[in-house]
Design a protein around this ligand. Structure first.
Ligand code: FBP
Length: 276
């Protein structure tokens, strides 16, 4: 007799497979919550219109897009049935006072994500921040709702705060990533630790897929593609990238190059040709 599974376990697995490269376990996700986190200054024209950049990355073959619910509602005709959707359920603006920058607040619920037809939700925890306790209570509630609805949960596992001297330090990053797995995350998105060797330590310490968070735009496409290659060589599950794609004129080409490394194990040189 074949084992039976709960409905939510089945739902979570199906959704996870949609996010992680249709079951390959690897993915490239477009992050686009910058309008709330940083403001419109992050977008170059014509990518200030979210439909334009989402259409480009969908055509390039992106595995999933991570959006706040308002953007998901505005843009659904561009991405529906073409890529997976992850709804970001926590957020903050950079406008708030500096002593409130180390926390994130609810901006949507798991139910909202279900209503939108989403394949996952994403929530940030600033591990080590003074308000880590608030974010952990929030994360625990989100994780419980995710269990009910069979919804995969991605943790933006970001160590930061006045006590964190260097947020990209391997010991600190792997602590945050491990802690995220222990509180019920299904996927981690965290900082690049600066080398393949150190990122491998993060992946080894974390019993769930680890994705790299893009970061600020590198001077050249090659610099970013080298980091992507390092992530994959280290055993990472892929990248969640925003500015390194949508701040470039040739966003479609850049997305294709990243996908080529993540899904086809292409060399940086091979991938770079796609950006020309
Ligand atoms: P990038 O690839 O552009 O770095 O996007 C990743 C991300 O986590 C976004 O989801 C978010 O809006 C932004 O970075 C937050 O950046 P920070 O908190 O470092 O200012």
């Amino acid at each position: 007799m074949e084992a039976t599974y709960t409905a939510s376990a089945v739902g979570k697995n199906i959704r996870l497979q949609r996010i992680l490269g249709k079951g390959t376990g690897k993915a490239v996700v477009l992050a686009m919550d910058h309008g709330i986190e940083h403001g419109p200054k992050d977008f170059i024209q014509p990518h200030l219109d979210p439909r334009v950049i989402i259409d480009k990355v969908v055509k390039a073959g992106v595995d999933a897009i991570m959006l706040p619910r308002g953007l998901a509602r505005l843009t659904w005709k561009v991405w529906a049935n073409k890529t997976a959707l992850i709804v970001k359920v926590t957020g903050k603006t950079s406008l708030r006072p500096s002593d409130k920058q180390f926390t994130q607040d609810p901006i949507a619920t798991v139910k909202d994500a279900v209503a939108l037809g989403a394949d996952g939700v994403a929530a940030t925890v600033y591990w080590g921040a003074p308000e880590e306790d608030v974010m952990l209570r929030q994360f625990t509630e989100i994780a419980a709702e995710c269990e009910t609805y069979g919804m995969p949960l991605l943790n933006l596992a970001y160590p930061r705060g006045p006590h964190i001297a260097k947020k990209e330090d391997v010991e600190i990053v792997r602590y945050a990533a491990r802690a995220a797995a222990e509180v019920g995350a299904d996927i981690i998105k965290t900082y690049w630790t600066g080398s393949e060797e150190t990122f491998r330590e993060v992946v080894r310490a974390t019993p769930i897929p680890v994705m790299m968070s893009g970061g600020t735009k590198t001077e050249t496409p090659e610099q970013f593609l080298r980091v992507v290659k390092g992530v994959m060589n280290a055993g990472g599950a892929g990248v969640v990238v925003g500015r390194n794609v949508f701040q470039r004129e040739k966003a479609t080409e850049m997305m294709r190059a990243i996908l080529k490394i993540v899904h086809e194990d292409a060399s940086v040189e091979e991938a770079l040709k796609l950006t020309e």
